[in-house]
Design a protein around this ligand. Structure first.
Ligand SMILES: [Zn+2]
Length: 486
């Protein structure tokens, strides 16, 4: 996600985004789990049947599966609210509103399965399987659910211009050394962590709604006042859609990818599309190839600067023009750092945010016509970070500069932005100056290639630099644990 911190000025915006560990054995798409979602949207209510084929690519067996139900975080009695108190008025312009995600039934082989809401905030679904699933075996389960959308400007919700369908379905919890990882919906950062899977999503909605989506449209049918659209994407970490009756579109092909910009209020849509096009071209060259055949850049109502999903990014309609372009670049960089190379965004959000933010520096450095220089951007970041340290020290008597910590351990959005975006951005620039251009970009390419469609950890990027001959372990450690002084 992008909380907006403008590298060119001293403005704090922000985008939220995070990562984690992962399944190292699930690499070939034919062996991935599969989501087949058939959904019907009527007003603010999405009724859906999700057929989930679980492929056990792990070394142990499973008697139950767990799914994150992010839609339940919008219910009235939720412990963790997706909306921070300071964003209540902008998130709920029409008054406080609540949503929910209710599981109606779960089946396997025609038999009803027992299920329960678990987790610290009851936002996790546990489904007990008919029988144990051993390594390399599959289980097909059906989940019927209803998602009630709140009238809220958020990743999931209805607002005056758009219907945001991020996190609209039960998504299998990532499974790592500690078991299924249950995500609490923290208001700070992007509280997500998932494994790649294949998706087929069939949505029926009012025919006047234009649907922007992760994945490729493979079917569209209109009948009376309804429209049914089918989208597919393979090897994706999640799936999102944004709907609006106001959308106009403009497209351009880059290499093998069709980039489409969806917008309803943009005086220069060609300029916005061009920034996405240039970013994809540059990052393809600098980091490695974008793997999907489509990429949707979608203007929407959003409180933060933007939000990333595989092959789709949300860009807030409430940004001034310079920040708008910068957010497009930041969110586009997340296609490399978060959607393709994933990470546990709750445990170490800085991993993808820092790389996305430094990719913005790389972008403006490569395209000087935008009028921003690398040295200006880094100087601005350093000044912003020093102000944060100084202000926090005066207010709190001490500054916690540890980057490596859980989302729930950040005391404010201000602290999170400085430690997950700004500090790592400075860190990568120092590292680049130290190890040189060839090692720096070589290590990033290696990291992208090695961890594509997997989840990486903060130690994996250290390894990528070490393998390039950069003695960087102590350097990274100093930043991670807060002992490095800027
Ligand atoms: Zn971000």
């Amino acid at each position: 996600m992008k909380k907006i911190f403008r590298l060119t000025a001293f403005i704090l915006l922000i985008t939220l985004c995070f990562t984690s560990w992962g399944c190292s054995s699930c690499k070939k798409s034919e062996r991935l789990s599969q989501y087949d979602v058939v959904a019907n949207l009527e007003g603010d209510t999405l009724t859906a049947k999700q057929t989930f084929t679980f492929y056990n690519c792990y070394e142990n067996s499973f008697k139950y599966l767990k799914f994150n139900l992010f839609g339940r975080a919008f219910r009235k009695d939720a412990k963790y609210s997706p909306v921070l108190p300071q964003h209540l008025s902008t998130s709920y312009p029409n008054g406080i509103s609540y949503g929910d995600m209710e599981i109606l039934a779960c089946y396997q082989e025609g038999k009803t399965l027992t299920f329960s809401y678990v987790g610290e905030d009851q936002t996790v679904l546990q489904v007990d399987l008919l029988r144990e699933v051993f390594p390399n075996e599959s289980a097909i389960i059906v989940i019927e659910y209803v998602l009630k959308l709140a009238d809220v400007v958020a990743r999931t919700g209805i607002n005056d211009n758009t219907i945001n369908l991020g996190n609209f379905y039960p998504i299998l919890c990532a499974y790592d050394q500690k078991g299924f990882y249950e995500c609490n919906y923290y208001g700070i950062g992007d509280p997500f962590y998932s494994e790649c899977a294949n998706y087929r999503v069939r949505l029926t909605c009012a025919k006047e709604l234009v649907v922007a989506s992760s994945g490729k449209k493979v079917l569209e049918q209109t009948e009376n006042d309804k429209k049914t659209t089918v989208f597919t994407i393979d090897n994706a970490r999640s799936f999102a859609m944004v709907l609006s009756s106001k959308f106009q579109t403009i497209s351009q092909k880059v290499d093998d990818t069709d980039i489409t910009y969806y917008y309803y209020e943009d005086a220069s849509p060609k300029t916005s599309l061009e920034q996405a096009v240039l970013a994809v071209k540059l990052f393809n060259e600098k980091f490695g190839k974008y793997p999907y055949s489509t990429y949707s850049v979608v203007q929407t109502q959003f409180v933060q600067g933007g939000m990333e999903y595989p092959a789709l990014v949300m860009i807030s309609d409430n940004l001034e023009s310079n920040a708008y372009g910068e957010v497009i670049v930041h969110e586009t960089a997340h296609q490399w750092w978060q959607t393709v190379v994933g990470n546990n965004e709750i445990e170490y959000g800085f991993l993808d945010e820092g790389l996305a933010e430094y990719s913005v520096v790389i972008f403006f450095e490569a395209y000087p016509e935008y009028g921003m220089t690398r040295s200006q951007m880094i100087k601005s970041a350093e000044q912003t970070y020093k102000i944060f340290c100084s202000v926090t020290d005066k207010l709190m008597g001490k500054v916690n500069t540890v980057m490596l910590r859980n989302l729930g351990e950040f005391s404010s959005e201000y602290e999170y932005v400085n430690l997950a975006y700004i500090k790592p951005c400075i860190m990568y620039d120092i590292l680049r100056k130290t190890v040189g251009e060839e090692r720096f970009f070589g290590a990033l390419k290696d990291y992208y290639e090695k961890y594509s469609f997997k989840n990486a950890t903060p130690y994996d990027i250290v390894g990528a630099f070490e393998r390039r001959g950069a003695d960087s372990n102590g350097f990274f450690k100093g930043f991670y644990d807060g002992t490095a002084i800027i």
